[in-house]
Design a protein around this ligand. Structure first.
Ligand SMILES: [Fe+2]
Ligand SMILES: [Fe+2]
Length: 184
């Protein structure tokens, strides 16, 4: 079933086109992060983690639909398959190590996403254009901040070194993915 919300196509500057391509890729990856978490949490019979991931995953699906409603298919990343896989692994790998690892990972991802959206929000406010897009980004960012805060509360304060390293990798990987998704 095609659930895309149909809107008149909007013309974006090259900069916004690239940013939206990375947003679309990122929200695609986010949906798959939670699919990866759920797959492992089911195996581990961890109902708390399943509930957490289902709740967050539903919001990410909403974000993806929102971005799709303002960003035409022909401009989207050609690497959506790899973004899905990368997302899935970003969720599934920490889930193998338990809830705390997942919460720390989500904290790292959302900390990155919050800043990523902030740059675009600043740009749009400065330009005074694309009001609808600005509203959409503010709404998504508010959700990401809520996700980050919830995950941070649930994660332990003192993360083991290996988990800190993993989170740094996830942050760096997200930045690399954005650079790539802007282009292709
Ligand atoms: Fe999102
Ligand atoms: Fe999120």
């Amino acid at each position: 079933m095609n659930t895309e919300i149909k809107q008149d196509p909007v013309i974006y500057s090259k900069y916004l086109e690239q940013e939206l391509r990375s947003d679309h890729a990122g929200e695609t990856g986010a949906v798959y992060i939670y699919k990866g978490i759920i797959a492992v949490a089911i195996l581990r019979k961890d109902q708390e983690l399943i509930n957490f991931a289902q709740h967050h995953g539903a919001t990410e699906t909403e974000h993806l639909k929102l971005i799709e409603s303002v960003f035409e298919k022909k401009y989207r990343s050609h690497l959506l398959g790899p973004w899905r896989l990368a997302g899935w692994l970003t969720g599934a790998i920490p889930a193998l190590f338990g809830r705390k690892a997942v919460y720390a990972t989500i904290d790292a991802v959302e900390t990155f996403v919050e800043k990523h959206y902030q740059q675009q929000i600043d740009y749009l406010k400065q330009q005074g254009s694309h009001e609808r897009l600005l509203e959409l980004l503010l709404r998504c960012q508010a959700d990401e901040i809520a996700h980050k805060n919830e995950a941070r509360l649930k994660a332990s304060n003192s993360l083991p070194a290996i988990l800190r390293l993993w989170c740094a990798l996830v942050g760096g990987g997200s930045a690399g993915a954005v650079l790539l998704a802007r282009q292709i």
